[in-house]
Design a protein around this ligand. Structure first.
Ligand code: CAA
Length: 258
């Protein structure tokens, strides 16, 4: 893989970190940057030592959205041929927990990137929004779908149509973020949660995400059947034996991740 140009990656124990690093453009997401983000996610997803992935932004903001310079000359044909959202689709196939630590502006594609993560932590001064309508377009990386599923049709339409920014308090009230924290607590808070999840039995964490994702697509009955198959499968893991044995022996379990 070529050296990343727009992101920095780091490993913090069992947590893989991806830091958007184009601060002079508010981490505006060009195609190369999205590819670097996705490839870093996939690399951590394959790394057996990693149990959770944290995404954050360098500088004043998480991200002000897709790179407008790159889109200004686009036509439907160039878009179709470039297929810029194919890389975004790969994010949905990442099996490990994705945590977004967001601050400053979280706009357009930046908001879509955060919504593609499993958990979102924000500072109390974060501003969220979909300003695409002000540019004569609309979200293209899942914004209309994910926002609607999270906050409901009427609220989603108001934000998408007006293009107005949502305060961190509103985002929290709508259930879009897991927690709001002071700016100087954001990194520590997210890393604490990420390390906690990374220390859990890896197959349980993985199959929980798989089952929760099905809740959006399947009927309740089909979803429950899927959940049950995942539940049964966990009885093939050493961590299930260890977890239950440790409980009966009144000691702390030592999970091996398989
Ligand atoms: N694309 C390209 N460049 C961007 C950008 C973006 N999305 N957002 C900011 N920048 C650039 C600015 O052009 C500027 O560059 P120069 O220094 O070369 O002039 C630099 O970042 C700093 O920005 P501002 O001077 O505008 O800073 P500000 O503090 O006055 O405003 C802002 C900050 C509110 C984030 C404002 O820059 C802004 O509104 N940005 C655009 C937000 C937007 O419309 N996002 C949606 C993009 S479309 C999309 O995301 C489609 C999709 O679904 C995938």
């Amino acid at each position: 893989m070529p050296m990343p140009q727009y992101v920095k990656t780091a490993i913090d124990g069992a947590v893989g970190r991806i830091i958007l690093n184009r601060p002079e453009r508010y981490n505006a997401l060009n195609r190369a940057m999205i590819r670097e983000i996705v490839e870093a996610m996939e690399q951590f997803d394959r790394d057996e030592t990693i149990g959770a992935i944290v995404l954050s932004g360098a500088g004043k903001s998480f991200s002000a959205g897709a790179d407008i310079d790159e889109m200004v000359e686009a036509t439907p044909i160039t878009m179709e041929l470039l297929d810029p959202f194919a890389d975004w689709d790969r994010i949905s196939r990442v099996k490990k927990p994705l945590l977004a630590a967001v601050h400053g502006y979280v706009l357009g594609g930046g908001f879509e990137l955060a919504l593609a993560c499993d958990l979102i932590y924000a500072t109390d001064a974060t501003r969220f929004g979909f300003p695409e309508v002000n540019l004569g377009v609309m979200p293209g990386a899942g914004g209309t779908q994910r926002l609607t599923k999270r906050i409901g049709r009427t609220r989603a339409l108001e934000w998408l149509w007006t293009g107005e920014q949502m305060t961190a308090d509103q985002a929290e009230r709508f259930g879009l973020v897991n927690r709001l924290v002071e700016a100087d607590q954001l990194e520590a808070t997210v890393l604490t949660v990420a390390h906690r999840i990374a220390a859990q039995p890896k197959m349980s964490v993985r199959l929980i995400k798989d089952a929760v994702d099905k809740a959006g697509d399947l009927s309740i009955q089909d979803g429950m059947e899927h959940e049950r198959r995942n539940f049964y499968l966990l009885f093939a893991t050493d961590d299930q034996t260890e977890g239950m044995q440790a409980f009966l022996e009144k000691r702390q379990p030592t999970f091996k991740g398989n």
